[in-house]
Design a protein around this ligand. Structure first.
Ligand SMILES: Cc1ncc(COP(=O)(O)O)c(C=O)c1O
Length: 465
């Protein structure tokens, strides 16, 4: 009997009472549509062009914590976790920590009944040392270091997902003699192309993740794992890619993965009890962009899985999913101060006090955002502007073709919604600017989760001359 990952929602621990740092202003009750459709549900317009998120005015957040600053709407994160549990009541839902992790985020995920997907000893240790149950954690990685594997075994992670043939022997010898078997899964590349950009498509053979279904590498690895007395193969995994906005690739993946489960049963007499379909659920970064409908995906996946298993004569495996971006992305807002406005040729450049060191996504994937002026009412008609970062790199653009008021000027505050995922988790130390703080907003209060990286932090790592 395989211990299930994440048996159900954990009991809610009482929340630490927090002081109301900012007196709430009464937001005007506008429906969440149009320009605000990609903002957290709590977002409300205030007088003078300000916005409140989680009951906290953005201008006051900027004054109190400085800029750039990232805020996370705790209620939005929790609501998204619950939406997943509602849409996938029988599945284990693991939050993909690579999207964004800090201790509070790990607590929110645990309290809402989610497990965790991590891909390094760092993410794993942070989660476990803040109390996240290790048995509800899955470790990924196409190139796990010895340190990653040792940490996983020492802390007792629920599953390790094997991603290359050499990892099998490395892991098998690392499992302590006389200890428990380590539960593992195999990451399969099922030969399905899906995802919003070539750099985030991971379901095919021409990229670094997983073992090919098509050329037999996945099946070969499965056979080798089944021969290892210290490893217990509990299921198969695939992650097709990110920013997928249609259910179709997932349904195709179910069919192919069930085909492989049936082959394993036929050739080895083993019925694997789990199927992990990864994450990749698409969200809108700008109003009007398509979104993957999670509420519809759950029942469709369940039905496809039941049909495919019935056709193959297999019991239905426990489904596991690993959403990251769709849990935390829309809950985050980045706030920047405009430092310079320049008109060059036909272009208007609006340069802010952050950039590719806190959000490398536009430079990496050409992602487009919809920043908004906050803190004063716009008086001039909109212009199309390029919001540039402050870094010494011409490609340091945060938002190309942004619609901003024509009188945008230094000192203005710009807010970028959908900033919760793959910004700060991919942040760098470029130009020694220091990474921004993260502030949680909830019930009209704001509290610091991660402080701003200071020059002292940077200096303290620089230990030689
Ligand atoms: C194995 C795995 N699971 C889950 C995710 C989360 O993807 P997303 O944040 O797009 O949902 C990723 C992202 O790279 C991944 O590699």
């Amino acid at each position: 009997m395989v211990t299930p990952l994440v048996p159900g929602p954990a009991p809610r621990t009482p929340r630490t009472p927090r002081t109301r740092s900012v007196p709430p202003r009464t937001p005007s009750a506008l429906p969440r549509n149009g320009a605000l459709s990609v903002w957290p549900a709590s977002t409300a317009p205030l007088a003078d062009g300000d916005l409140a998120v989680g009951g906290v005015p953005l201008t006051e957040l900027a004054d109190r914590f400085g800029t750039p600053v990232y805020l996370l709407d705790e209620a939005e994160v929790r609501a998204r976790c619950r939406a997943y549990r509602d849409a996938f009541p029988d599945a284990a839902v693991l939050y993909a920590a690579k999207a964004f992790l800090c201790r509070a985020m790990a607590h929110w995920a645990a309290e809402e009944g989610l497990g965790l997907d991590v891909c390094s000893a760092g993410e794993l240790e942070l989660a476990v040392t803040t109390g996240f149950p290790p048995e509800h954690i899955v470790l990924h990685g196409n190139a796990k270091s010895p340190y990653d594997l040792q940490a996983a075994l020492r802390l007792g992670v629920g599953r390790i997902v094997i991603d290359s043939p050499s990892e099998i022997a490395r892991l098998a010898v690392a499992v302590p003699e006389g200890g428990d078997h380590q539960k593992v899964m195999v990451r399969v590349a099922p030969g399905i192309a899906a995802g919003g950009h070539a750099k985030v498509r991971t379901g095919t053979d021409d990229q670094k993740f997983g073992l090919s279904l098509t050329d037999g590498s996945a099946h070969h690895a499965i056979a080798r794992i089944l021969d290892q007395p210290h490893l217990e193969l509990v299921g198969l995994h695939c992650h097709l890619g990110s920013q997928i906005t249609s259910a179709k690739p997932y349904l195709a993946a179910v069919r192919r993965m069930v085909g492989l489960l049936a082959r394993v049963r036929d050739q080895h007499g083993v019925t694997l009890p789990e199927l992990d379909l990864g994450g990749g659920h698409g969200i809108a970064y700008r109003p009007g962009e398509p979104v993957l409908d999670i509420a519809a995906l759950g029942p469709r996946l369940r039905a496809e899985l039941a049909d495919s298993c019935a056709a193959a004569g297999l019991p239905v495996p426990r489904l596991i999913i690993e959403p990251g971006r769709a849990v935390v992305g829309p809950a985050g807002v980045a706030l920047y101060r405009v430092l310079a406005v320049k008109r060059t040729g036909h272009r208007t450049f609006v340069a802010v006090d952050g950039g590719m060191s806190d959000n490398p996504r536009p430079a990496l994937y050409g992602v487009r955002y919809a920043p908004r002026l906050v803190g004063r009412a716009a008086t001039a008609p909109p212009v199309t502007a390029t919001v540039a970062g402050r870094h010494c790199e011409a490609g340091d653009v945060l938002a190309g073709e942004a619609e901003l008021p024509g009188d945008i000027r230094p000192g203005d505050l710009l807010a970028v919604p959908v900033a919760g995922a793959y910004h700060l988790s991919m942040a760098s130390g470029y130009n020694l600017v220091g990474r921004p703080p993260v502030v949680a907003v909830a019930d009209g209060g704001a509290r610091l989760l991660i402080r701003r990286e200071s020059l002292d932090d940077i200096r303290s790592r620089d230990v030689g001359l």
